[in-house]
Design a protein around this ligand. Structure first.
Ligand SMILES: [Zn+2]
Length: 275
């Protein structure tokens, strides 16, 4: 499932290619996505030019020259692909953007593919921040209101890290890695996280996310970018998906898998003890 780092990798790749392109037309399949745009809203964007591509948490945002915005949620299996002129429509293709450079007659097509349809898109007439908490790529250092909510909670730390209304952009892989890097048990309730650990948690979040983004994100669930690049994060993951393997830190204990809030969680019982 794409998390903040995969969306950031996508943004970095797609922004220089999309900025300055004008919408010729937008086509869509007749299958509903979890988040959807009406035909009326689609028509609003005809002839509009993409001005910037940004991201908040896991939401990718296209900004237009008119202040309108499209927000994309990749859900479980959403991704963008550039369609080359000689290829047919993909099986689970739901949106097709036909785009062109100003003054040019050459059309390019970017498609949104989503086999499981848990992703989708939204239209906004004005700049709108997605309704999520602080972005885990640095914002969480400046605006600390989320820490108050974390330490008031009896929920497991790893579950809190996945809560997009606290810090946006952390998914299941990186929540396990953040706990491992900190040497903290992922099931520790928020109100029991010591202050010394909170001081390390705040910068560790963006350290892990930026590091993953710089490696191209993860390759899990066939994730790849619109030009077909894949990430390298799993090669370097400390614990995620490594149940039964020796801990890369202590080399003594085996990585264990437990379920926290119905999500698989990986940790080292020796390096991440409950206080
Ligand atoms: Zn260990």
């Amino acid at each position: 499932m794409p998390e903040g780092p995969e969306v950031e990798v996508l943004r970095r790749e797609i922004e220089p290619e999309l900025v300055g392109l004008q919408v010729v037309k937008i086509d869509r399949s007749n299958k509903a996505l979890r988040f959807d745009v009406s035909y009326d809203e689609m028509n609003q964007l005809s002839q509009k030019t993409i001005k910037a591509v940004t991201r908040v948490g896991k939401v990718l945002i296209w900004r237009f020259n008119t202040a309108e915005e499209l927000h994309f949620m990749l859900g479980m299996t959403g991704r963008f692909d550039w369609r080359y002129s000689d290829t047919a429509a993909e099986k689970h293709e739901h949106i097709c953007f036909t785009l062109k450079k100003a003054q040019s007659v050459v059309h390019e097509q970017l498609v949104f593919v989503d086999p499981r349809r848990f992703g989708g898109w939204r239209y906004f007439a004005r700049p709108t921040r997605p309704s999520v908490g602080v972005d885990g790529f640095g914002e969480q250092r400046c605006d600390l209101g989320w820490i108050d909510r974390l330490v008031a909670s009896s929920r497991a730390l790893k579950e809190l890290l996945l809560d997009q209304t606290l810090v946006a952009g952390i998914g299941n892989i990186y929540a396990s890695e953040i706990c491992f890097q900190l040497g903290i048990h992922p099931a520790l309730p928020g109100h029991q996280v010591p202050n010394s650990m909170l001081e390390r948690l705040i910068p560790m979040i963006d350290a892990v996310l930026f590091d993953a983004a710089s490696r191209g994100g993860s390759t899990l669930k066939d994730y790849r970018t619109p030009r077909g690049r894949i990430g390298r994060f799993p090669e370097l993951a400390g614990v995620y998906g490594r149940a039964g393997s020796p801990c890369p830190r202590c080399q003594q204990s085996e990585i264990k898998r437990i379920f926290i809030g119905q999500r698989a969680s990986f940790f080292c019982p020796q390096c991440q003890v409950m206080p």
